[in-house]
Ligand binder design. Structure first.
Ligand SMILES: C[S@@+](CC[C@H](N)C(=O)[O-])C[C@H]1O[C@@H](n2cnc3c(N)ncnc32)[C@H](O)[C@@H]1O
Length: 249
């Protein structure tokens, strides 16, 4: 998807800026702290935080997307040292701790078909957490999605410059997953991308998983619609598209 267009890769844009503002209010890293971006993608959050003087490491499975992250940094800062972008699998994070802040943005936690793999990711992150370190997860709120399975149409220029894109999000209560089907329509024909499917835990389920991985003081923060959450705002079953979850080592 990232190869199709930068908007799929996650650009450094106004949304990323406002997410980083909220992330800093929740994680409260000391100035210059070591921060770990798990599944960093094209680096939109890592880049903004590194610019603010934090020491960023970003891990992602895709070397191709990490090259995009590096290029995005170089376009902004030339040869100034970039965040440390490392290829690897988040179940076995291939970096050395300790980190004061660790975060998984944009439903990165949720990609695996089984909870055991997600637990492994949370354990791997916990092993890299320094004393008092904080964790942040951006997740879908399953209650919202249960009521809002929907089809979105993006005209040419909205997601892709030369094509219509139709995305259908559908929550499956039996699997506790949101399926995101994407169809790209160009003059030459129609192409269905592989369906993305993401686990969407209820708060008690996710609290249990986090505790099993050794994380404490789990808190949920609800978004107002599609905006980044306000710290401390309860998750509204009908209105919060996202819930951001914090925990401590
Ligand atoms: C939706 S993107 C989010 C990227 C970034 N966090 C952001 O908000 O822009 C999900 C990312 O997770 C990465 N990913 C998927 N499976 C992974 C794994 N097992 N280990 C590490 N990264 C993974 C993908 O390559 C992709 O870049």
């Amino acid at each position: 998807m990232a190869a199709l267009h930068p908007s799929f890769a996650g650009e450094v844009d106004l949304l990323a800026e406002s997410q980083v503002e909220t992330l800093l209010r929740l994680l409260k890293p000391p100035q210059g702290a070591r921060m770990l971006d798990v599944g960093c993608g094209a680096g939109r959050h890592a880049i903004l935080l590194h610019e603010q003087g934090y020491e960023l490491t970003g891990v992602d499975l895709s070397p191709q997307i990490l090259r995009q992250a590096q290029a995005a940094w170089s376009a902004r800062h030339g040869t100034r040292p970039a965040p440390n972008f490392v290829p690897g699998d988040m179940r076995w994070l291939p970096v050395e701790g300790p980190f004061q802040s660790i975060y998984f943005m944009d439903m990165v936690l949720g990609v695996f078909p089984d909870d055991e793999s997600h637990l492994q990711c949370l354990r791997s992150a916990r092993a890299l957490a320094g004393p008092g370190a904080r964790l942040l997860l951006e997740q879908f709120n399953p209650f919202y999605w249960a009521h809002n399975s929907r089809t979105l149409h993006f005209g040419p220029g909205e997601l892709l410059p030369d094509a219509d894109v139709v995305r259908r999000y559908k929550y499956d209560p039996g699997r506790g997953r949101i399926d995101d089907e994407i169809v790209v329509m160009r003059a030459g024909g129609r192409e269905a991308l592989p369906t993305q499917t993401l686990r969407a835990w209820t708060p008690p389920e996710l609290r249990r998983l986090l505790r099993m991985a050794g994380w404490k003081h789990v808190r949920f923060h609800g978004s107002r619609g599609w905006e980044p959450p306000e710290p401390g705002r309860p998750v509204d079953p009908k209105d919060s598209v996202f819930m951001w979850v914090t925990a401590e080592a």
